[in-house]
Design a protein around this ligand. Structure first.
Ligand code: GTB
Length: 217
């Protein structure tokens, strides 16, 4: 059965691939699972029909037969469990890859989200100029630790996994800030993720929603 996901009808990032449908699209592309996309407006997201799928009135959601999921991490995990290619076969390696998914979402993403909240919602506050470097330094703390762990490895723990997919998607949100450039091995890690053919296909598909021009190839 072909799953259907939801994505922004008009993404505020104008097709930069920063909204969270991107990680779901990428996972589906990695495992070779075709999918459909239902585009939703900001208004429709808050209507009862969408809230029945997503209690918080957000994207992405995932529907497959009588299964409906929300939360990008849970959706990627579901895809990784149902298909080969995103989780290793060995039980311990699999558990470690899942650990990295949680670490990306629970430990690395929060300070990055904090930066975005600070920039977009608190720019007019009197304390903004004092707060911004504090928030940026919290990100640097995490990236320093992550950079040390990755070292000169291509991926977090052997072959590319769902843990890498989520972490690259999370780190991508930092690209415009320039902070990622301070950690050359992390920049190279993100670039490796972006160079994957499945990433490119997913990126082009979400960009096409913004441009209205269907992806080629
Ligand atoms: N924890 C949930 C998950 O991982 O699925 C969070 C889902 C979420 O935040 N969804 C956002 C949403 O629906 C879109 S991705 N927001 C609408 C609302 O809450 O009303 C977040 C996002 C939005 C915009 C950009 N951007 O423009 O760069 C980047 C990321």
């Amino acid at each position: 059965m072909t799953p259907t996901i939801t994505a922004f009808e008009r993404s505020p990032d104008r097709g930069k691939g920063l909204a969270r449908d991107m990680r779901v699209r990428w996972a589906l592309e990695e495992v070779g699972q075709p999918y459909k996309v239902r585009l939703v407006s900001f208004g429709a997201m808050k209507e009862p029909a969408h809230r029945a799928l997503h209690p918080f009135g957000q994207i992405p959601t995932y529907e497959e037969g009588d299964l409906a999921l929300f939360e990008s991490g849970a959706i990627v995990f579901h895809i990784a469990e149902r298909h080969a290619g995103l989780l290793p076969d060995g039980a311990n390696a699999r558990a470690r890859a899942i650990t990295w998914m949680f670490a990306a979402l629970n430990t690395v993403e929060p300070p990055i989200l904090d930066l975005q909240t600070t920039r977009f919602l608190e720019g007019d506050k009197t304390w903004y100029k004092q707060r911004l470097p504090v928030v940026e330094d919290r990100i640097r703390d995490r990236l320093g630790e992550l950079s040390g762990r990755l070292g000169d490895g291509d991926w977090l723990d052997g072959a590319f996994s769902a843990g890498d997919l989520i972490l690259v998607a999370v780190l991508l949100r930092l690209k415009a800030s320039g902070i990622l450039d301070e950690y050359p091995n992390l920049s190279a890690y993100v670039a490796r993720g972006e160079a994957r053919p499945a990433f490119r296909r997913a990126f082009d598909a979400q960009l096409a929603v913004f441009t209205g021009i269907p992806p080629t190839g």
